[in-house]
Design a binder for this molecule. Structure first.
Ligand code: 48F
Length: 260
């Protein structure tokens, strides 16, 4: 016999237990696209307390749709090992170019990250940050539904030793800092430089080079890197996203390790 109130209580208890466990984090990841998923997978696998906050219902960001809704993605040689590691099947198209089914790839990344221990909160938007002594020490979150409806409802907060801005083209965390904090970002002019037009080769290299601390305690990952530091977009080649997520996790793990 199924009791509806027991079902309701199970969901409420389990969710709030999960939320409670993640109020104080080693690392918070904003955005659940490919770069955030790889960063979360790596940090969780290394044993850190890490959670991801994703505005949308589905995790995966811009990966589901491949290129112009044709649901295949391309990765280059350097990044194929990451897809091998998370068991996403790839096919060689030409030397150095591999394809993967974008639905299989996205769902597998999500599954592997969650199984590694990344806690994922979907339908939650990061609307602000907490800053102490020129360093981001936490996130200000609210239900996406509140944001969408424009309701006047105050948010709640998450404390995090490190934040990874993996919000893609929008670079939302960096924009909030630039707008609200009386301090400069670690970019040339202290502001969000903005993304440039499409040039796959240069964009991919720069994505990885631009994966770094962009403000105290905040690291960029994925397309956010080039949007923050000012470089090209790359279109539906995803190696840079995966390599950037991996690098962001490495940089954060090094800091956490040094602070132990
Ligand atoms: O855009 P997205 O997939 O980020 P990414 O990891 O990958 C970029 C590629 O998909 C593609 C590309 C590479 O070829 O150029 O665009 O850099 O995922 C970003 C995610 O962040 C969420 C957003 O809904 C998306 O799923 N997001 C953005 N702002 C917020 C957020 C926010 N303020 N709070 C929570 N989630």
């Amino acid at each position: 016999m199924l009791d509806e109130i027991t079902i309701t209580r199970a969901i409420i208890d389990r969710y709030f237990e999960k939320l409670n466990r993640n109020l104080e984090l080693d690392a918070a990841i904003v955005g659940g696209g490919p770069s955030g998923l790889i960063a979360g997978y790596k940090l969780a696998k290394a044993g850190y307390r890490v959670a991801m906050f994703e505005r949308k219902l589905s995790i995966g960001g811009g990966m589901w749709g491949g290129g112009m809704m044709m649901n295949e993605i391309v990765v280059q040689e350097e990044a194929k090992r990451i897809l091998d590691e998370v068991q996403v099947p790839t096919r060689e198209f030409q030397p150095g170019y591999y394809t993967a089914d974008s639905v299989l790839c996205t769902s597998t990344l999500c599954s592997q990250a969650a199984k590694a221990g990344l806690t994922i909160f979907n339908l939650v938007s990061v609307e602000d940050v907490m800053v102490r002594e020129q360093r981001v020490v936490g996130l200000v979150i609210n239900w996406t539904a509140v944001e969408m409806a424009g309701l006047h409802v105050d948010p709640l907060t998450i404390r995090a030793k490190y934040t990874i801005d993996a919000t893609g083209h929008a670079a939302e965390v960096m924009h909030v800092i630039a707008r609200k904090v009386d301090a400069k970002l670690f970019t040339d002019d202290g502001k969000v430089a903005g993304e440039r037009s499409l040039w796959a080769e240069v964009a991919e290299t720069n994505t990885v080079n631009n994966t770094r601390e962009a403000f105290g305690g905040v690291f960029t990952a994925g397309m956010c890197c080039n949007a923050t530091f000012g470089s090209y977009r790359m279109g539906p080649v995803f190696g840079g996203m995966l390599l950037s997520g991996e690098k962001a996790a490495q940089l954060v793990a090094e800091r956490l390790q040094a602070e132990k």
